[in-house]
Ligand binder design. Structure first.
Ligand SMILES: Nc1ncnc2c1ncn2[C@@H]1O[C@H](COP(=O)(O)OP(=O)(O)OP(=O)(O)O)[C@@H](O)[C@H]1O
Length: 724
């Protein structure tokens, strides 16, 4: 059968024209189909921007269309969202590029508000917790004004002793001569503290505050808020949070309260970065997935891959986490010079240089993101083109607020990790993102420790904020666990010791990380561990800390879940205990439970998680110390550094820097193996300061072992130095 355009030869001229039109239509349909397929293949990930309203999704889109000159992730007129019945959802963001792209809108597979509502309806019937959780995922902007979400302070901050920041655990320990166990009547009190922790009161030991629930303080969004969140993971029918609910959960008002206040800001991070945290995609966070794809597994940048992952974190007040003081105000200026307010909260290693763009957002944001030239420690002064120094490379991972790329300075040859966040002046989510990033910048810029990812600087370029960080190429512990399975005891000890060193330094500055977990701990090729992702971190000022419901559910301390007092340093110790179990099993504790049930277990039961058999008695005791439900019973990081589980690890693996020849390496390694202290590959690359620590701790071990350890360390270090 001939086609209609070929019936007459007189229409040959039109034939080509029409055929080309049809071909064009076919191409377009194909593109549309492919987009749908891509969307489906990615499940909720591709179709639904991870943390919808968060710039991360927008970043993805902006990246996706960045190559198209006319597709800028700029805010559209207010009417742009009317078609989908909500304002600032990720869906709106997701369709924006498509709408921007051409005059004829493509028939994209957009979810209808009604459909979303239907999907969520079931959840609503399950209880307020589900409602709150879902709502907090991604709805929020207009329906859920973040200012009103701030819970009233449930408890006042713990008071902390004044400690001098130091990297030396031993020095800290000497200052902290106070009982660690204040309540012997607790079943969770230390069973046996034989590692010089007894009779110590952690300087961070919180005064106990009455546990209260403050349901009345919650401002759970109305249903409209939920309807406005089709971009949440809830839109994925494959993962229903309902199953996580049981009758027992409903009774836990405190838990509901905490979750109700939770704010999910980004599903993407979790997934990509292997997190299982709450913050963007509550659903994703509430389900432990054993085989999630991390962006770390896929280094190919794919802007279209919106990441909905489970990694997102809950942060109740995440919308306004930036406390003026936490942002660094007056102490943030490294130059000490009076500045325009921005500099106050934006401490950079070097004085800021010319600026490309100022941030159009809130003062709190601008203070944290004053356009400054990102610099690594060795960078030259006064570069002529700050914004072009770092060239964006491959995608390293996705986070709550944006993507992280490899950055390369083709002039100096340096690399860095570039966290890129697209900001929208008229988007409350952007303000939220900016504020949280401002807090991260303010905190990071004051930190310098070998076990904390180094902050280089930040700047805004057009509508993007860039944070430049030390590049840690080994990926996260989460990624290593996914790729290689559970760690051996020595690796766990080694990593735990380093995490503790970072935490000890951090806590000495009265700063709590609040999101310690494998996905937020990076490892370099020499086995050095770096704490990363300070988006949840908080400098404890002694003032009220109402925004305490933050973290990742499976690693979240009970007091955080109960919202009784989640702003204390001990929450990191709890999370560390969970991370140790994560390293030993590849999963966090209570991962056999789905999200809400897990949170109930953590928050309300007194059960300890199962300890794996492959963990030594020291390891089990270490975890037991960390997982004491009463935060005041948990040892401090400084005290835990003296626990045999990590103390011995440090003695075995701390390297020594000398000029010893590497010829001794094979013999030393063989000797080490024969003594059961293999894993020599983990010992290289430590700082010179490790020498003193090592020698100090080495004195506690046998002379022969110390000698072997010293030789092993120095030899391997030399070897690593030469091979790097
Ligand atoms: N300094 C770095 N070096 C190498 N990779 C990094 C670095 N920082 C981040 N990444 C990669 O990017 C991912 C996301 O980074 P990060 O967790 O800091 O973003 P985020 O927005 O703070 O995430 P989250 O969702 O946890 O809030 C990480 O999981 C990691 O894979």
């Amino acid at each position: 059968m001939r086609s209609w355009w070929g019936k007459t030869s007189s229409k040959e001229d039109n034939k080509k024209t029409k055929k080309s039109i049809i071909d064009a239509i076919h191409r377009k349909l194909k593109i549309s189909s492919e987009e749908k397929l891509n969307s489906r293949s990615g499940g909720s990930r591709s179709r639904v921007p991870s943390r919808s309203p968060s710039p991360s999704a927008q970043v993805a889109r902006s990246q996706s269309f960045a190559e198209r000159s006319h597709a800028q992730p700029l805010p559209l007129p207010a009417v742009r969202y009317t078609g989908i019945g909500r304002s600032n959802s990720g869906l709106g963001a997701s369709i924006r590029p498509g709408l921007d792209r051409g005059s004829k809108p493509l028939d994209l597979p957009l979810p209808r508000p009604g459909c979303v509502s239907n999907r969520l309806d079931h959840a609503y019937t399950e209880g307020d917790f589900a409602t709150a959780s879902v709502s907090s995922v991604s709805s929020t902007d207009s329906d859920y004004p973040f200012d009103s979400r701030v819970l009233s302070p449930l408890t006042s901050d713990y008071e902390y002793g004044n400690r001098t920041a130091t990297n030396s655990p031993s020095s800290i320990k000497q200052k902290d001569q106070s009982p660690i166990v204040s309540k012997k009547n607790s079943k969770e009190a230390l069973n046996s503290v034989d590692f010089s922790l007894s009779n110590h009161i952690p300087p961070t030991s919180p005064r106990r505050a009455p546990s209260r629930t403050h349901v009345q303080n919650l401002q759970i969004p109305n249903r409209g808020a939920f309807c406005s969140a089709p971009d949440s993971s809830m839109s994925s029918p494959s993962r229903s949070p309902i199953s996580a609910f049981g009758p027992e959960q409903v009774i836990n008002c405190g838990l509901w309260a905490g979750l109700g206040s939770g704010h999910c800001s980004s599903p993407g991070s979790g997934h990509n970065s292997g997190h299982n945290s709450i913050g963007g995609d509550m659903l994703g966070q509430l389900f432990w997935q054993t085989n999630r794809c991390s962006p770390e597994c896929s280094p190919i940048p794919s802007p279209r891959m919106t990441s909905p992952g489970p990694s997102s974190r809950i942060h109740s007040g995440a919308v306004t986490p930036l406390h003026p003081r936490a942002a660094g105000t007056s102490v943030e200026s490294p130059t000490g010079r009076p500045d325009d307010g921005r500099q106050k909260s934006h401490r950079l290693p070097l004085p800021p240089i010319t600026i490309s763009n100022t941030c159009p957002f809130s003062p709190s944001y601008s203070t944290a993101t004053s356009p400054s030239l990102p610099r690594s420690p060795n960078r030259a002064e006064n570069p002529t083109s700050p914004g072009s120094r770092w060239k964006k490379g491959r995608l390293l991972g996705r986070g709550t607020f944006g993507h992280v790329y490899l950055g390369f300075n083709s002039e100096s040859g340096e690399m860095c990790a570039m966290k890129e966040v697209t900001l929208f002046a008229d988007d409350p989510r952007s303000k939220e993102s900016a504020q949280q990033l401002g807090q991260e910048i303010a905190l990071l810029s004051r930190l310098r420790h070998p076990n904390i990812v180094q902050y280089y600087g930040s700047e805004t370029v057009d509508d993007k904020l860039y944070i430049y960080l030390e590049y840690v190429s080994g990926g996260s512990i989460y990624k290593l666990l996914q790729e290689y399975g559970q760690f051996g005891e020595i690796a766990i000890r080694n990593y735990t010791q380093q995490i503790l060193s970072g935490l000890d330094y951090l806590h000495a500055k009265n700063t709590v990380h609040r999101d310690i977990k494998g996905a937020n701990i990076l490892v370099d090729p020499s086995g050095r561990v770096k704490l990363a992702d300070f988006g949840m971190a908080k400098h404890i000022t002694g003032q009220s800390c109402p925004l305490s419901f933050k973290g990742s559910p499976y690693w979240m301390a009970p007091e955080v879940i109960r919202n009784s007092n989640g702003c204390n340093l001990a929450v990191d110790i709890w999370s560390l205990g969970c991370t140790v179990l994560e390293m030993a099993t590849t999963k966090p504790p209570w991962s056999q439970y789905e999200g809400v049930a897990a949170m109930f277990k953590i928050g309300n039961s007194k059960e300890l998680p199962a300890f794996p058999d492959n963990l030594s008695d020291d390891g089990k005791d270490f975890v037991r110390q960390c997982l004491q439900r009463n935060p005041s019973h948990r040892p401090t990081a400084a005290q835990l550094l003296e626990h045999p589980f990590v103390r011995n690890a440090a003695a075995l693996e701390k390297p020594i820097l000398t000029a010893e020849p590497t010829e001794a390496l094979p013999a030393v390694m063989n000797a080490g193996r024969s003594m059961g202290i293999g894993h020599a590959r983990n010992v290289g690359g430590f700082e010179p300061e490790g020498v003193a620590i090592h020698q100090s701790r080495g004195s506690k071990t046998g002379a022969g072992l110390r000698s072997l350890s010293l030789s092993l360390s120095l030899s391997l270090h030399t070897h690593n130095t030469r091979t790097q």
